[in-house]
Design a protein around this ligand. Structure first.
Ligand SMILES: NC(=O)c1ccc[n+]([C@@H]2O[C@H](COP(=O)([O-])OP(=O)(O)OC[C@H]3O[C@@H](n4cnc5c(N)ncnc54)[C@H](O)[C@@H]3O)[C@@H](O)[C@H]2O)c1
Length: 456
């Protein structure tokens, strides 16, 4: 008979905390979840899931009897010895990570020889050492500490929990590290057991590297636009080299979300605070900021001044399959468009509620086609699958202008052009060459460049 799995606690029931709790409940652990947000806890107790993450509601419902939700720490401390910390670590104005929520959790811990904090939150290198110092200063030396960074991706978070590429455990070679390794053992993932500082750095370095890859391919795409090469072909050719790999070579209008922007900044600041100037990351951040704004110049190229123009944003979430709006490129884009005098309409199948709060003055529509009504241009911002299935003939009848900017290279240019639109993707140099070909068959509001598109 397999021995019973030990109860654990999860502090912070956001994207990471809830998925971690659901994942361990699936494995048979009782999970004692704690959050300071009483409303969130009440909803969870009623069986409502406060975030959109595919499969999460079903997983939580199926394992409901093993999941316990409370605003109180006491039941968690009573039942569990491992306390997973998954509170937010948002960026401060300086770009450093704001650790106030982590500190609040540390401050709430009683002296104990039988508990350990297991840090899932992304924290700067040195945080574990500093927390251990705090415990020592307060006579809580028995409290153990483990760094166990989280690598899940929103949209596929549960699948990532069930089949992680690796599990990283940084500890002091004590019972707590052993217990965390044992908890994850059934997943059969490669285990990297290391010291606490190295575990903390694995997380920051991984995200910084992925962000670098995105900014790199975005710059290649921008050069493709100038030279007539097609970044899709280029990425395919590059990605087959095993030293490079095919992942994260898709250009777009910049990375966003709750992790990449803040973790890249946090690593840059961490390096700076230690006296090292991380030049590469400075460029990665700058490229990303400029990439979000390139859509504006593409719109201006076709429409001239944006004053009085209506632009429809298809999708606003930072990526598909999530309602997360943190650092979404749409926020910068909508604000820039409004500042340039345009009216912004938007549609997102899931993120509208949160987006309405963050995007004042933007008119939200109930469907993609409704958002396109009377618009001079459409910009695909988030590659939700339903946008690939859009009927562009219908769109052409509903829109005032004939311009589609595909910010994610998700659409079929031929299909869009066949409906009479000028089309611009990202780094599709051949499109640009096609756009430059002369034609006389365009709508009255279009430039020479897009007339050729409309007539192609
Ligand atoms: N979201 C991701 O894709 C992802 C992936 C990997 C790592 N991370 C990291 O994981 C951490 C959590 O991220 P998230 O996206 O789940 O954040 P989130 O904002 O969705 O959730 C944080 C939760 O912590 C709660 N909380 C705050 N202070 C608390 C306290 N003192 N006690 C109990 N609960 C408290 C909040 O109410 C909230 O419910 C961050 O450090 C993030 O960088 C996030």
């Amino acid at each position: 008979m397999t021995p019973p799995r030990e109860p654990i606690a999860v502090i912070g029931t956001g994207y990471v905390g809830l998925v971690t709790a659901a994942g361990f409940a699936e494995l048979g652990n009782d999970v004692w979840c704690v959050d300071i947000d009483a409303d969130k806890v009440a909803r969870l107790e009623r069986g409502e899931i406060p975030i959109y993450e595919p499969g999460l509601a079903e997983s939580i419902a199926a394992n409901r009897e093993r999941l316990h939700f409370s605003t109180e720490l006491a039941p968690a401390l009573e039942h569990a010895r491992l306390l997973f910390v998954a509170v937010g670590t948002p960026p401060t104005y300086s770009g450093d990570a704001d650790l106030s929520a982590v500190h609040a959790v540390v401050d709430a811990m009683p002296p104990s020889d039988r508990h350990a904090l297991v840090m899932k939150s992304t924290v700067p290198v040195g945080t574990g050492a500093s927390i251990k110092r705090t415990f020592a200063e307060r006579g809580k030396t028995g409290f153990r500490y483990v760094s166990c960074p989280e690598f899940l991706k929103e949209g596929t978070a549960l699948a990532d929990f069930r089949r992680p590429d690796r599990v990283v455990v940084g500890d002091d070679d004590d019972w707590a590290g052993d217990a965390v390794c044992e908890l994850y053992a059934p997943l059969g993932a490669p285990l990297v057991r290391t010291d606490i500082a190295s575990a903390e750095m694995v997380k920051l370095a991984s995200n910084a590297f992925l962000a670098t890859k995105i900014s790199f391919i975005n710059e290649i795409a921008n050069v493709c636009e100038e030279t007539g090469a097609d970044v899709g072909e280029v990425a395919k050719g590059m990605g087959l080299d095993r030293r490079i790999g095919a992942h994260f070579l898709r250009p777009g209008i910049g990375y966003g979300g709750s992790c990449f922007p803040k973790d890249v900044s946090a690593l840059k600041q961490l390096a700076g605070n230690s006296g090292y100037h991380f030049q590469l990351l400075t460029a990665v951040i700058e490229v990303n900021e400029l990439q979000k704004r390139r859509v504006i110049s593409k719109l201006q190229k076709h429409l001239g001044s944006l004053v009085g123009k209506t632009v429809a944003l298809l999708g606003v979430a930072f990526k598909p399959d999530t309602d997360d709006m943190r650092e979404a490129s749409s926020l910068v884009l909508a604000a820039r468009l409004q500042a340039d005098g345009a009216t912004v309409r938007a549609y997102d199948p899931i993120a509208e509620e949160e987006a309405r709060r963050l995007m004042p003055g933007v008119h939200f529509a109930g469907s993609a086609v409704e958002a396109l009504d009377g618009a001079d241009a459409a910009v695909l911002v988030t590659e939700w699958p339903e946008f690939r299935a859009l009927d562009w003939d219908t769109a052409a009848r509903r829109m005032r202008g004939r311009l589609v900017i595909d910010g994610r290279n998700a659409l079929d240019p031929q299909q869009v052009r066949a409906a009479g639109f000028a089309f611009e993707g990202v780094g599709r140099g051949a499109d640009r060459a096609a756009a430059a070909a002369p034609s006389s068959n365009g709508s009255p509001t279009t430039t020479a460049a897009e007339r050729s598109e409309a007539g192609a």
